[in-house]
Design a protein around this ligand. Structure first.
Ligand SMILES: Cc1cc2nc3c(=O)[nH]c(=O)nc-3n(C[C@H](O)[C@H](O)[C@H](O)COP(=O)(O)O)c2cc1C
Length: 172
């Protein structure tokens, strides 16, 4: 089963609630997902994950320095080409998730756009959005996994038929 690890920093539980809802969404699409505080995450979990979502709240127009250091340390964890997503609760400016996504891209990850930001405590409809992100990550992870397991001839055939569709569309 594909794996997602959702890593968060949350001072009063708002971003953690988002992380838990993302996990719910991914689990409901048969992806093995878990939420872990960034202090407690193990390198083995990161290496084993097909997708990594990272969330933090915004403090003084950025993320807190320990989270910044943590993300930079991920270079050692072979995360290049994994699927990434960034999220976080905020109060008025909400820069941190955008900064996370930038750092993930610099590390070579395939990051889902746009980042998910919720103001202060997530309400029911916000948690639904978080679940949606979990489901979107699951769809992306499965697409990548399928591409890797299909015989090369199949994917070539698919690519060729896609090309035909595109060419057809261009003619209208
Ligand atoms: C000292 C302090 C500084 C903050 N600075 C910002 C900020 O610059 N921009 C912003 O959007 N929110 C800011 N916030 C609001 C938090 O991001 C917001 O309360 C968020 O919901 C906290 O989520 P958490 O419980 O996951 O940490 C600040 C909050 C505190 C207490």
């Amino acid at each position: 089963m594909p794996r997602l690890v959702v890593i968060y920093l949350s001072t009063s539980g708002n971003t953690k609630a988002m992380a838990d809802a993302i996990v719910n969404g991914a689990n409901s699409r048969n992806v093995e997902a878990k939420a872990v505080n960034f202090h407690e995450v193990r390198i083995e979990d990161i290496i084993a994950a097909d997708a990594i979502a990272i969330g933090t709240s915004t403090f003084h127009y950025k993320m807190l320095p320990p989270m910044e250091k943590f993300i930079e340390s991920l270079e050692k964890a072979k995360i290049k080409a994994k699927i990434g997503a960034a999220f976080g609760s905020y109060g008025w400016s909400g820069e941190a998730p955008v900064m996370i996504a930038e750092k993930m891209r610099k590390l070579g990850m395939n990051v889902i756009d746009p980042v998910l930001r919720i103001q202060y405590q997530p309400m029911e409809k916000d948690l639904e959005e978080c679940k949606r992100l979990g489901k979107d990550i699951a769809i992306k992870v499965k697409n990548v996994a399928e591409k890797h397991t299909k015989p090369e001839s199949d994917s070539k055939r698919e690519d060729a038929s896609l090309q035909e569709v595109k060419m057809g569309e261009g003619g209208h």
